[in-house]
Write a protein that binds this ligand. Sequence first.
Ligand SMILES: C[S@@+](CC[C@H](N)C(=O)[O-])C[C@H]1O[C@@H](n2cnc3c(N)ncnc32)[C@H](O)[C@@H]1O
Length: 289
Amino acid sequence: MTDHLSINRANWDSRVPQHLLGYDLDRFRADPSFLSGVVRFDRPRLGEISGRRGIHLQCHIGTDTVSLARLGARMTGLDLSPASLAAARSIAEELGHDIEYVESDVDRAVEALGAERFEFVYTGIGALCWVPNVRHWARTVAALLVPGGRLFLRDAHPMVYTLCDPRADGLLTVEFPYFETPGIVFEESQTYAGDGTPIASPRSISFNHGISELLNAVIDAGLDLVSFEEHDSVPWNPFGDFAEFDPATGEYRLRDRPARVPTSFTLRAVRPRTPRTGSPVDRWREWEC
Ligand SMILES: C[S@@+](CC[C@H](N)C(=O)[O-])C[C@H]1O[C@@H](n2cnc3c(N)ncnc32)[C@H](O)[C@@H]1O
């Protein structure tokens, strides 16, 4: 296991006890139709998934996975963190959902699950930043999908990951790389959905991916881009006192001039039914031969 995997696995394992208290589980228990905020936000974009075989990559404790199952999909969840998966299994069982959970590095998902198994791949907020190479990730997604299968991705915008922590003067300053680099080491004693108690493994290694890097990776993996939207809100608060909460969506946006910076995005793509020869880049080059 390379450094980033063992470090991030320990980091995510150590967040689970607090996330079990901070992830709206009582609302899932009280209302069998309750969906996670992220799935609710995207419901109009998701389309009809009832009866479809889906995989949720980097599913964590499985609240989005359960939400997709509640929309009728037959779900598999994959994650690196055994503690997350133990929680996900127990939540699914308690709520009466038959979900398969698999422990694997997302980059090895095809080895873990097999190729062309899923009608859709779903991946949610805070996932891509743990993947070192977005081109490899996109090839994995394409390989998991059956021909005609869909990729649905909503994540934090790479601009958010470039920004400093909230400053007393309210300025947003760009501190961290926008483009893909060999990784950034963070030491953060608290977790975003926690109660402030220090976590046992505060170190993590994360990776940003610029929008063009992501789009080119998706296209080069042979997927057809269907839509790409940038949003001014995100379901956690990266801006401290400078953010306002929107109860209608359960998301946070900048209080002052939110149009300054995109904070999340939604991407939809589809694997073509008929295989094409080469990538669009190859087809571009063919013209010159
Ligand atoms: C912020 S959570 C995202 C999950 C979901 N959006 C949520 O909020 O519940 C990130 C998840 O990615 C997982 N993860 C990190 N690196 C991974 C990797 N290389 N392969 C698979 N999962 C990974 C972590 O264990 C964690 O559960």
